[in-house]
Write a protein that binds this ligand. Structure first.
Ligand code: HEC
Length: 144
């Protein structure tokens, strides 16, 4: 219930429920994104926070606005590999699930030096949390 929201996040539980309903309607794997799952997902994101932030470009690109964005196009991030820019990936729950299992295999030549999240449940929780935490103007502020 008290998963920590990023600074700009000031949403009520209503939006959370709406978002979950939309995921369920779309038949997404994160259909039952309970508060417990979101909390677990947020915790797993700590592994990513060595290089990433939701609202700032660091070693890796900002994640605000991730869903439906083309790979390699986060505003203001100039550290992309050619492999990522040319990957043709559009980020959604499915593509994230594939990429995050084994980034180096899925995008050979990627600059993301990270072995991946091997446990499918952990990936599902992480992706459910990312879906909530990366909505520009709602749950995060895009760093342009
Ligand atoms: C060691 C640093 C590092 C870690 C740890 C890391 N990343 Fe990355 N990530 C990067 C870099 C660098 C890129 C850019 C890769 C490229 O251009 O090939 C990237 C790219 C990405 C992208 C593509 C974004 C875009 O704008 O196209 C996603 C999604 C992503 N990372 C998610 C994650 C998640 C989720 C985790 C934690 C499970 C994680 N990363 C852990 C460094 C890291």
């Amino acid at each position: 219930m008290n998963w920590r929201r990023p600074a700009a996040m000031a949403m009520g539980r209503g939006i959370l429920l709406l978002a979950s309903a939309a995921v369920a309607a779309a038949g997404g794997s994160a259909a039952a994104a309970s508060d417990a799952a979101l909390l677990r997902g947020q915790k797993i994101y700590e592994r990513c926070a060595a290089c990433h932030a939701i609202e700032a470009n660091r070693t890796g690109p900002q994640h605000c606005g991730l869903f439906a964005r083309k790979a390699g196009t986060a505003p203001g991030f100039d550290g992309y590999s050619k492999a990522m820019r040319d990957s043709g990936i559009v980020w959604d729950a499915k593509s994230l699930n594939i990429f995050l299992e084994d980034p180096i295999k899925v995008v050979p030549g990627t600059a993301m030096g990270y072995a991946g999240v091997k446990d499918p449940r952990e990936r599902a929780d992480l992706i459910a949390w990312l879906r909530e935490a990366t909505q520009p103007g709602k749950t995060c502020k895009l760093d342009q």
